[in-house]
Structures are given as structure tokens and as C-alpha cells.
Write a protein that binds this ligand. Structure first.
Ligand code: NAD
Length: 349
């Protein structure tokens, strides 16, 4: 019998099933609030992080991306895809998993599913940013695109920004029915709408979260009144945007990491000298966010590695003392660290 690997050689693994159980155990709104706090805290120590635009491998039908970062103590990365055609084949548009490692040894400390976690962290980031930018006292959000991310977005805006009403629109009415059904009992007033224009009636916050591999025009300039906050989630790849350029020209634009957003975000439609603000500077108080009641604020979200890092670190703490993970034998652990071959040889007997 080959020697069993020591505890150190095991890596905690959070499966989709365990992630779901953990979220239910903690409560989804608490998870969203906690994640928003973790992400906000990490955005406050922005300078500490090793940052790079994500590494993207594009094809005609989608993209596969790696998103690494480190704060000097821990290193994390996420593998994520984006394939808008997938839902027609019964597959998710976005799936992900991620890993957190210790910088000191380089040893992985957590491997986790991140499809559910990405929906949670994206929603938490959106709502955390809106807390800084949206008009005070906002109660109603238009939610355009009622796919996999949508309920998470609605619940995060309820828990973090105090939204009490969501107005849903999707080109596929089945998606809107699904979203409305899933939000029953959430405490939100849910209003299914037949057009994008209708969804925007009375909304102080507008979230666009659609999936289409093209320069789409989910919002046109005439649809946007003064003073609203736009949370644009779905434009996150070269050649994949949601807003008409004229809206960008009227908005005060906030981004995560400019080097990545210029390539992937709504702002790929603008000249490179157009003024934009990094949201971490608003969060730390170095720059003003919303300045007037009348201005349009736009969070041009593409999703940045630090948000995933914060989410993985949160999960690594949350599973301690629980049964919501398994130990994965994914690190070789020979008795003599230099005798890897001997370990292999002994395993034959
Ligand atoms: P999904 O495929 O499950 O849902 C997308 C929905 O958009 C579908 O219901 C579709 O019918 C609808 N839609 C498409 N075109 C539309 C239009 N013109 N008007 C209204 N609705 C329309 O995808 P998802 O997982 O919910 O992701 C949505 C988008 O968010 C994707 O583009 C994804 O890449 C992006 N995303 C961004 C981040 C981020 O951090 N910014 C994170 C996750 C996902």
C-alpha cells in the first residue's frame, strides 16, 4: 500500500453542489453583502495587487479567458468562458472555476467551482459600485437580459442598494418568466415588461446583462433620461457591446481596470483620450463619483481578476469548520521532496 499523502498535500475543493449548499447555509443575501464588502476592501488596496488584463483566447463562437492576480500573499486565477450560442445547445453561456494559492510556497490552497461564484461576485460588484454612483434613494431597477446572471443582480441590488422593484425585459419572454418566477418570495416587486423602453419607466438604475457576440444596441440614447445609473454587464469582449455610443458621450464613465476595459468594455467604441474614472479611486475617496442629480453615471463592467480573488478568499474562509468541501489529492507529496521518482516506483508495489 503506497503511503497516504499528508494533510498538507490535500487541496480543499468546492464543487457546484457544495457551493450551493454553502450559499444556502449562509443565506444568499448575506453572501452578496459579504462578497461586496470583501471586494470593496480589496479595491481599497488596489496598489498592492499585481494586475494584468485577462488572457483571452477568442474563437468565432466565444472566448476562453484566464484571469490572474496576486496581493503578494495569495495568488488567484479564474478560468472562464463566454459563449452566447451555448444556451441554445443546453449549455451555460458562462462557466468558470478558480484556484487560490499561497505565494510563499506556491502551493494551492483552494480549488473551487466559479460558475455560481461568478454570478454572485458580479452581482456583488455591480451593487457595491452602484452604492457609490447611483442616485440617492433609488428604489427601482430595470433589468434587461433575464438569463443566468439576472436574479443574482436583482437580489444584490435589493440587499446592498435597497432596491425594492425590478422591471424585467428580455427578447425571450421565457427568460423573463423564469426570472420573475425565481424572484417570487424574494421581497422584490417584480414587473415583467414587453419592451426595453417599458422596463425603464421610473427606473433610477438600469442594468444591461445580455449575451450576443456583436456590437448590439440594447440601449439607444433616446431611452436614457437624466440622472440614472447604468450598470452595463454584458459588453465584455472585443466586438461585444450593449450601449449606443451616444449614451457613452453623455455619461460619466467608471471602469475597473482601464487596460482591460479599453479592449473589452463599452468604451472600445470611444477615442482612447476620452475621460474615464477608475472605480477604486471613487471607493478610496480620491475622486468624486456622482457629482450632480442630473448626470448619467455608467459602470462599464467587464469583470476583473481582483473580484474573483476576493471571492475565492471569502470562500476559503467560509468553508473552514464546515462540510462544504472535499479534500483533493492533487499535490505530489514524497517523504523526501527530491525523491519524486522513488515515490512513483514505490506506488507500483
Ligand atoms: P445568458 O445567456 O444566460 O443570458 C443572456 C440573456 O440575454 C438571454 O436571456 C437572452 O435572451 C438575452 N438577450 C440577448 N439579446 C438581448 C436583447 N437584445 N435584449 C434583451 N435581452 C437580450 O447569459 P448570462 O450568464 O446571464 O450573462 C449575460 C452577459 O453578462 C453575458 O454577455 C456575459 O458575458 C456577461 N457577464 C459579464 C460579467 C462581468 O463581470 N461584467 C460577468 C458574468 C457575465
Amino acid at each position: 500500500m503506497p503511503p497516504l499523502p499528508s494533510e498538507l498535500a490535500y487541496v480543499p475543493f468546492v464543487s457546484v453542489e457544495h457551493m450551493m449548499a454553502l450559499v444556502h447555509h449562509i443565506g444568499i443575501e448575506t453572501v452578496l453583502i459579504d462578497l461586496a464588502a470583501e471586494i470593496e476592501a480589496d479595491f481599497k488596496r488596489w496598489d498592492l495587487f499585481d494586475k494584468t488584463p485577462r488572457v483571452a483566447s477568442h474563437s468565432d463562437v466565444g472566448v476562453i479567458e484566464l484571469m490572474p492576480t496576486s496581493d503578494g500573499e495569495m495568488y488567484g486565477f479564474k478560468y472562464v468562458n463566454g459563449h452566447p450560442k451555448n444556451t441554445k445547445e443546453g449549455l451555460q453561456t458562462v462557466t468558470a472555476f478558480g484556484l487560490l494559492a499561497e505565494v510563499n510556497s506556491g502551493y494551492p490552497k483552494l480549488l473551487s467551482e466559479m460558475t455560481v461564484l461568478t454570478a454572485l461576485r458580479t452581482a456583488a460588484t455591480s451593487a457595491m459600485v452602484a452604492k457609490h454612483l447611483a442616485p440617492k434613494g433609488a428604489t427601482t431597477m430595470a433589468m434587461i437580459g433575464n438569463g443566468a446572471q439576472s436574479e443574482f443582480q436583482c437580489l444584490a441590488f435589493k440587499a446592498i442598494c435597497g432596491i425594492d422593484t425590478v422591471r424585467l425585459f428580455d427578447v425571450d419572454s421565457a427568460a423573463t418568466r423564469k426570472c420573475a418566477r425565481n424572484l417570487q418570495g424574494s421581497g422584490l416587486t417584480v414587473v415583467p415588461c414587453k419592451t426595453g423602453e417599458e422596463s425603464m419607466e421610473g427606473a433610477q438604475i438600469i442594468t444591461t446583462c445580455t449575451a450576443d457576440k456583436q456590437y448590439a444596441t440594447i440601449l439607444t440614447d433616446n431611452m436614457i433620461g437624466e440622472g440614472v445609473h447604468i450598470n452595463a454587464i454584458g459588453g465584455d469582449c472585443p466586438g461585444k457591446t450593449e450601449l449606443h455610443r451616444d449614451i457613452l458621450l453623455r455619461s460619466n464613465i467608471f471602469v475597473e481596470y482601464p487596460e482591460q476595459t479599453w479592449v473589452e468594455g463599452e468604451i472600445q467604441q470611444l477615442e482612447k483620450d476620452h475621460p474615464i474614472t477608475e472605480i477604486w479611486q471613487v471607493i478610496t475617496g480620491q475622486t468624486e463619483g456622482r457629482r450632480t442629480d442630473k448626470e448619467i453615471t455608467l459602470f462599464d463592467s467587464v469583470g476583473f481578476a481582483i473580484e474573483d480573488f476576493s471571492a475565492l478568499r471569502y470562500i476559503s474562509k467560509a468553508i473552514v469548520g464546515t462540510e462544504f468541501f472535499t479534500q483533493l489529492d492533487m499535490l505530489a507529496d514524497p517523504d523526501d521532496p527530491r525523491d519524486l521518482f522513488g515515490m512513483l516506483q514505490r506506488s507500483a508495489s
